[in-house]
Unconditional design. Sequence first.
Length: 278
Amino acid sequence: MRWVMRGASDCLSMPLSVGNNSCMNRPNFLNFKVDHMTLLVQPEMYNVSYVIFRTIFGCAPEHMLYEKRKEWVSGEGDRSLTFAMQVGEGEDVKPEFNNTMIAVVQPSEPKNMRSHVRDMLNSHSAAAHWQHIALRTPDLLAFHQHAQDRGVNFITPVLRDESEDVIQVFTGEWYHPGAPASGMFFEFLQRNPSEELMQKLAERNRESWFNDKTFLGLYGEKESEYQSGKVKPFIDEELFQILAKLVKDKMVWEIDEKIIQAAEAAMLKYGKARKNAA
């Protein structure tokens, strides 16, 4: 495999204008920023998703931007249609960190060769499918520990990509027990890590220092998962069932702080038991 990098760093300090022919020629109305992302989930995952955003993503009640309801059948009461959680805010002082990127991937293998990308698309009868959401944090190792302590599954160790000066890690897929793998997972990353952090990473996890590019490493990991038929979930089935039981028969607005605290305690207990068993 050949990895070709084309950077836009030389253009970062230049305005986006039609007259700037040497770099990315586009007017300001084509300078897009991600406003929001929409995640569709089955009802079995809806309340558990709320719990995960409250615990793993650290969202407080005031971070719920909205929650909308509708009574579909007269007399049966409202049902929650959607909620939106704020998972971050503000712009970075470094202009290169304010880029909005969309990566496009195709199944480039010959048609007679197995491809997890082709499997994902075909299983959804789709010409296109959003695969993962990449969220940047200023302290990836702290978040990684926070998430592992609460039972989150990662399919890779924390990886270093020297070509982009970034460290990153990828979670299991977002789906519930009994459902097929969704093809959707999260990437968490930190850009421009310090030398001190790199040393800490090297001491913590030797696996992170491999020579492959992280995209190709991830690609190979997903390929192995789909060929084996064992796709790792975001959280284990056992932990999912524990959380689902806590929020069973609740409307999302009825999930109070007592339930969230019980859920996080259960997650920490599960994470600790799994660590001790490893």
